[in-house]
Design a protein around this ligand. Structure first.
Ligand code: ZN
Ligand code: ZN
Length: 452
């Protein structure tokens, strides 16, 4: 991009830094988990209104978007900031009532996005651009509190667990040609890029046995905890069959513990992800996991209800947006402070879903210290986490939309997407939904196994 434009962006961002740092602090002090970010969403909408934007709220869930029209024809691009916190009750800054804390740095993303919005509104910058910019504050990136989200789904409040997927479904990404976000990362005054990240499928598992007196009549019981334990062993036993290049990760947890020590546990619930590099690999590993679950239940005479839900699709960062981002990052932080990780990240994000249908980029910034999702995570360098992030976001938008939006049009023309339409993508993820009572017991003594 033109050096003079980047200079203008950087000095406009610098002029807003106190405000941006204050936003970071305010959201840090008010953490809320996914689809509960009402305070955060209201606070940010107020800020955008102060900047003369007209927020369009999602309505029955938190989150909103604001549009900035350059007044000249051209494509629309979107910049994203995430709203939600995670749960880490042991963190010293966790909300004592809920255990929520911004130990993934999404609060800094929201501060950066607001900073970028105020920068791009600057008339001297805006007059050089064409098309539109949509600033989207999305809820619910972290795929947690599944029971709560399942409740929202059953009530019809949401259709999808991931906020970006839900926003896509609601049409908030309609007409968007490219999507840019920057996740907060560790280090100082640096950026990093990767080709993408793993996708995941989400599982809820319920073993049902039969409760009974543990001392007097264990022979009348069926131990659901032992069935779950065998399922964990069976899953561990198939790990060596996973191929390295598929990056399969299965990490089940027991979510409902049995009640009393003198009762044979009659019901145990588990949750798990099956992560992988491609949807095909995830589906194949999931079949193996389901077989392990059903086999474990059958060996005990227990039942197992397997509920599969779409998690997140693998992220494919767009090559043109990658190159453009690398250039901007180098201009902001210097060549030595831009790291290309080369391998896909092993986490999962609903930006993966967006990248299936719209050219997208999800790199990392810096400014955080400690372990992500851990008890020692803090933003110790707000300048990097918020201000440099705002500069990157604003510069990415400006690079795409300067010169009659030449770059945005190129990104769009050369796009390589997994799905040809939003509908094809939704059909693919909807087909992952399954609820299956996997083991059937029959009067003649035979057992049938049915997998989702
Ligand atoms: Zn996270
Ligand atoms: Zn995150």
């Amino acid at each position: 991009m033109e050096a003079i434009l980047l200079e203008k962006i950087r000095s406009a961002a610098d002029a807003k830094k106190e405000k941006v740092f204050q936003i970071e602090k305010t959201i840090w002090d008010n953490p809320e988990t996914g689809y509960r970010e009402w305070k955060t969403s209201a606070y940010l909408q107020g800020l955008y209104r102060e900047m003369d934007f007209t927020p369009v709220p999602a309505g029955n869930i938190p989150g909103f978007y604001c549009d900035l029209d350059t007044g000249k024809p051209g494509p629309m691009i979107a910049l994203i900031g995430e709203l939600d916190a995670i749960l880490c009750p042991e963190h010293p800054s966790a909300d004592p009532a809920t255990g929520a804390v911004h130990a993934c740095g999404h609060h800094a993303q929201s501060a950066a996005l607001a900073g970028a919005a105020s920068v791009l509104k600057d008339p001297e910058i805006l007059e050089r651009l064409s098309g539109k910019i949509r600033f989207i504050s999305v809820p619910a990136e972290e795929l947690i509190e599944i029971e709560y989200r399942e409740e929202l789904r059953k009530k019809g409040t949401i259709r999808y667990f991931g906020g970006k997927v839900e926003f896509l479904y609601r049409g908030f990404f309609d007409g968007v040609s490219a999507v840019v976000m920057l996740h907060t990362g560790g280090g100082r005054k640096s950026f990093s890029l990767s080709p993408g990240s793993l996708g995941c499928l989400l599982k809820k598992i319920e073993f049902t046995g039969k409760a009974s007196h543990a001392g007097a009549t264990p022979h009348l019981g069926i131990n659901a905890l032992y069935a779950a334990n065998m399922a964990l062993n069976a899953i561990n036993s198939i790990r060596e069959t996973f191929r390295d290049e598929d990056h399969i990760r299965v990490h089940p947890i027991i979510t409902t513990a049995p009640g009393a020590v003198n009762v044979i546990p009659g019901r145990v619930t588990m949750e798990s992800y099956v992560r992988g590099a491609t949807l095909q690999a995830i589906k194949a590993a999931n079949r193996q996991v389901n077989r392990a679950l059903a086999g474990a239940a059958a060996s005990m005479g227990a039942s197992v209800m397997i509920s599969d839900r779409p998690g997140y699709m693998p992220l494919d960062n767009d090559r043109n947006l990658y190159t453009l981002s690398k250039k901007i990052m180098t201009s902001i932080a210097g060549d030595e402070n831009v790291r290309e990780r080369g391998q896909v990240d092993k986490g999962s994000t609903d930006m993966g879903d967006i990248s299936c249908v719209i050219p997208s980029i999800h790199p990392s910034g810096s400014g955080a210290k400690g372990t992500g999702h851990g008890i020692n995570y803090v933003i110790d360098d707000p300048y990097s986490a918020c201000l440099l992030a705002a500069e990157y976001l604003a510069a990415a938008a400006a690079s795409l939309l300067e010169n009659n939006a030449l770059e945005a049009l190129r990104v769009s023309a050369e796009r390589k997407l997994k799905f040809n339409s939003f509908q094809d993508y939704f059909n693919a993820i909807d087909s992952l939904n399954a609820d299956c009572d996997a083991v059937g017991y029959h009067d003649d003594g035979s057992i049938t196994i049915k997998l989702p």
